[in-house]
Structure formats: structure tokens, C-alpha cells
Design a protein around this ligand. Structure first.
Ligand SMILES: *Cc1c(COP(=O)(O)O)cnc(C)c1O
Length: 346
């Protein structure tokens, strides 16, 4: 167990830029909470300030910091067509005076023209990112190899590329942004956050790992549940556990988190990455209509749907629940067709 100062000192050894509008607000979700029978609070990391916000702003503070420290002039990143990471990387590259090359992977089946042009894709183009397309959405290694090739071509032309790597072999620098987030949450509550459980999306797992690692480093034992958006829970839990070991090595903070403390949930009725189920659609409408709060179809809508299912099955650790919003709202516009009422809806 470490003091906040000791954790900050460990983070201070990593290059970082400061961009996040923080601390982000904590707000009660009174009506939705009451209808569920929960004391529900949301942490508004959709409002992190840069280019429509979201969790990638905290993560990119460390990637852009590393890129600057290496003298890079071009940021490279690969992600889904409607990736929030890609959009935010393009914005933060511009903010740091760098170019951005982005590779968009075909991960979601049967997408329409709106999905290809609106939402995050529109913003990628506004930021002047050079956009490449990659056909195999579920082949992480091949996507990384293709991006490495683009970087190599840049190097041959005298440029200095920096790849934001999310593969298992690259250090999870972005998770450091969520160690910062965990310290922030603790400080917002004078050191003892009053929640029985924290629920957050688990994709690359940098957010999930950062929050879990940061809280445990402080000696705070609140369960942190990752809602899967791409992989089944057992595979995701193994990924989180590996990343936590990487984080201890990377930061030099000897925090050991047992596998039993790595908790993911994947609702078997949910479909694959970026596919919006009925439950996710209903969760988006519920947050919008009970709270005036926007969720997204790929991550946070799935998270609220998962939170509701966990509660219905009696699997939450208690009634005081923190829903850690991670942003993603630009993707709403890419899913307009699926979200608009159909003529026969009442
Ligand atoms: C990327 C993303 C996530 C997942 O975060 P990871 O750190 O990759 O697990 C969750 N929500 C939104 C809106 C995202 O863009």
C-alpha cells in the first residue's frame, strides 16, 4: 500500500502532457437509480475536455508525452472505424503540433454509409488525419504489422513516427492515465470513496487496469467490475491480469492483485464489438430519458445494460454503485439508423 504522493512520484517518471479537464464531475443518477433500487453515481469522464472528451484523453497524456520525449513528428494508431481512441489521438496529435496517420479496421459487420462517414470518422477528417483502411478487424497482430509498415515508410522518408501500441507486448502506458483517475476519485472523497462497486467498460482494459491498480495501490478495496465490449469474460480477465503484472513492473510499485480480484462480466446475450443489442439500445434510452445523459452504442450503453443485468441477477456487491462513464458519444451519430424510432414504434 502506497501514499498518493508515492504513487504520483512513480508516475512522475513518465513523460506526460496535461490536457484533461479534471477532476471530472461526480453526479447522482437519482431517477434511474431509484427505478433500479440503487444508489447510483456517474463519474463524467465523457467530459474530459479535448475533442468531445472520453477516457482516451487521460490515456493519451502519457502516449503524447512519450512521443514528444522521442522527438516524434507523426502519431500512428489503429482502431475500429468508429474508434474514439483514433479520433482523440488525431486531436491530441494536432494539439502537440504533430501529424496523425490512422488505420481503420473493419471490425463491425454490415455497416452503412453513415457509420463510415459520420461520428468519429467525420472528426478524424476534420483533424486532417491520413486515413488507411484495414480489412481484417479481428486480427490484432496483422493490424499492428500493417501499421508498423506505414511507420517504416515514414522513417525511410526522414519522418519520426510514434506508434500508439495496444498489443499485449507493448507497455500499457495509457493505464497510467487511469491510475491518475483513481487517485482523483479517492481525493474527491477525502481518501475513502463511498461505493460498494465500480462498474466500467473493459476493452483494451487500460481503463479497467488503471482504476483497479490505482485503487489497490492506495489500499482501497472496492470491487471494480469490467463490462466486456469485445471478448468473453474469461479471456478478458486473463488480459487484465497480465496487464496488471505489466503495470507493477512498469511503475515499480509492488502492487499484487490476486486473480480473484479481477472481475469481468460479459452478458451472453450481447453481440460482438460495436454491435448494439436491444438491451444496450434500451439502456441508452433509459439514461437519456431518466437523466438527460448520453451514452454510446459501443461501450457505455453496453456497460449500463451490463450493470442492470448484474443488479437483476443479484451480483452487485451492494447498492452504492459508481458507473464510470468513458465517453464515446460521437458514435451515436454513426448509429443513427439503428437508434431512430421506426415508423411502427409507439
Ligand atoms: C476505448 C473506450 C473504452 C474502453 O477503454 P479501454 O481502456 O480500451 O478498455 C470505453 N469507453 C469508450 C467510450 C471508449 O472509447
Amino acid at each position: 500500500m502506497f501514499s498518493a504522493d508515492a504513487i504520483e512520484a512513480a508516475l512522475g517518471r513518465f513523460p506526460r502532457i496535461h490536457a484533461t479537464h479534471a477532476p471530472t464531475a461526480l453526479e447522482p443518477m437519482a431517477r434511474l437509480g431509484a427505478s433500479l433500487g440503487l444508489d447510483l453515481t456517474v463519474k463524467r469522464d465523457d467530459c474530459t475536455g479535448v475533442a468531445m472528451g472520453g477516457n482516451k484523453v487521460r490515456q493519451l497524456e502519457f502516449y503524447i508525452g512519450a512521443a514528444e520525449a522521442k522527438g516524434a513528428d507523426t502519431i500512428l494508431i489503429t482502431g475500429a472505424v468508429q474508434s474514439n481512441f483514433v479520433r482523440t489521438a488525431a486531436a491530441m496529435a494536432r494539439r502537440a503540433g504533430m501529424d496523425c496517420r490512422v488505420q481503420l479496421e473493419e471490425r463491425v459487420p454490415d455497416i452503412d454509409a453513415t457509420h463510415r462517414q459520420n461520428g468519429n470518422v467525420l472528426l478524424d477528417h476534420l483533424f486532417g488525419a491520413t486515413v488507411y483502411s484495414f480489412p481484417e478487424g479481428e486480427n490484432e497482430d496483422a493490424a499492428d504489422a500493417s501499421l508498423a509498415k506505414i511507420a517504416e515508410d515514414l522513417r525511410l522518408r526522414g519522418r519520426i513516427p510514434y506508434i500508439i501500441g495496444l498489443a499485449a507486448r507493448t507497455p500499457p502506458l495509457g493505464a497510467l492515465g487511469y491510475v491518475v483517475g483513481a487517485l482523483e476519485l479517492a481525493a474527491q472523497h477525502g481518501g475513502s470513496p463511498p461505493y460498494d462497486e465500480i462498474v466500467v467498460a473493459s476493452g483494451s482494459a487500460q481503463t479497467h487496469c488503471g482504476i483497479l491498480f490505482g485503487l489497490r495501490a492506495l489500499g482501497i478495496e472496492i470491487p471494480v467490475r469490467g463490462i466486456c465490449v469485445r471478448r468473453p469474460a474469461d479471456i478478458q480477465e486473463a488480459r487484465v491480469a497480465r496487464r496488471l503484472t505489466d503495470m507493477a513492473a512498469m511503475t515499480g510499485l509492488a502492487v499484487t492483485i490476486p486473480d480473484s480480484d479481477v472481475r469481468c462480466f460479459h452478458d451472453e446475450r450481447e453481440q460482438g464489438y460495436g454491435q448494439m443489442s436491444g438491451a444496450t439500445h434500451r439502456a441508452i434510452l433509459r439514461a437519456a430519458r431518466d437523466e438527460g445523459l448520453l451514452l454510446d452504442p459501443v461501450y457505455t450503453g453496453k456497460v449500463l445494460a451490463g450493470l442492470i443485468t448484474l443488479h437483476e441477477r443479484g451480483h452487485l456487491a451492494g447498492e452504492r454503485v459508481l458507473f464510470w462513464h468513458t465517453g464515446g458519444q460521437p458514435a451515436l451519430f454513426a448509429y443513427a439508423d439503428a437508434l431512430l424510432p421506426k415508423p411502427d414504434d409507439t
